[in-house]
Design a protein around this ligand. Structure first.
Ligand code: GLN
Length: 261
């Protein structure tokens, strides 16, 4: 495990060191970090700094010591081989992660880790790879690969924009809601129009990009739940607008949404 406190570079954070700390955990960055998914953790880190907090970044790879304090968990996608490498360790951490999910720790799980946070991944050859069952989804390997730009509409977050590349197709159980409805692209699978999953404070999604730079509403959802749990503080839209200039983000969204599939 490595931890890095970025408060040293952030003299404006205010308060005594430690009393505004928010601990971000990136799960398995060595093997589960394609398309720069680590960017999601960096977005949360930077937005926390702008909001006057002291983000502390932790990474966890197989065999590491699990950090004691965790306020936000972020996990990325990976090749099937990457999923293989972390699988045994993930199962070992399953109980801890399931109870964190039930405890409403905010989490963002992308693609490969989204799949493994579900019940299982059934490969094309019929092999059943157990997930940790933290969210009620199942995934089946297929012969078609779903690749390209995606736009999904979510009541909670507005338009969600990203890029998908997966051959596993995911189906939602009755215990979760879709993150959004696809307008462009496939999302979870080729059969229904669902993209991603929502359960407690977990967001599961197929969207790379990385996702959060173009979807700050999702980043602020993670942050506001973390601040609520840790400090009992509300994050208002006014505070976000006052402290964070999302002009470039909005421009990027306007461009990205027009991209062909
Ligand atoms: N290997 C998995 C699949 O193709 C996950 C891919 C990913 O994380 N992008 O379904």
């Amino acid at each position: 495990m490595s931890a890095q406190n970025s408060a040293a570079q952030n003299p404006d954070a205010g308060g005594q060191s430690g009393d505004r700390q928010v601990h971000i955990l990136q799960l398995y960055p060595r093997d589960m970090n394609i398309y720069g998914d680590f960017g999601n953790a960096l977005v949360v880190q930077r937005r926390l700094e702008w909001l006057g907090y002291e983000p502390v970044m932790h990474t966890y790879d197989p065999g590491d010591e699990f950090p004691k304090q965790v306020d936000i968990v972020i996990g990325g996608g990976g090749q099937d081989s990457g999923q293989d490498k972390i699988h045994a360790d993930l199962l070992q951490q399953g109980e801890r992660l399931r109870s964190m999910v039930e405890d409403e720790v905010p989490m963002l799980m992308i693609c490969g880790l989204y799949q493994l946070f579900g019940h299982c991944f059934e490969t094309r050859e019929g092999q059943r790879i157990e997930g940790i069952g933290a969210i009620d989804v199942t995934t089946r390997g297929t012969d078609s690969r779903l690749i390209g730009n995606v736009v999904a509409r979510s009541e909670e977050f507005g338009e969600i924009i990203g890029y998908e590349n997966h051959s596993g197709q995911t189906y939602l159980g009755s215990g979760v809601l879709p993150l959004g409805t696809v307008i462009k692209g496939e999302g979870n699978n080729e059969q229904d129009d669902h993209e991603g999953a929502r359960y407690k404070n977990v967001v599961g999604s197929y969207l790379h990009g990385s996702m959060l730079p173009k979807n700050p509403a999702v980043a602020d959802f993670l942050i506001s739940n973390a601040l609520q749990r840790r400090f009992g503080e509300e994050l208002s839209a006014e505070t976000v607008a006052e402290r964070i200039d999302d002009t470039l983000t909005d421009q990027a969204r306007t461009t990205a949404v027009k991209r062909p599939r």
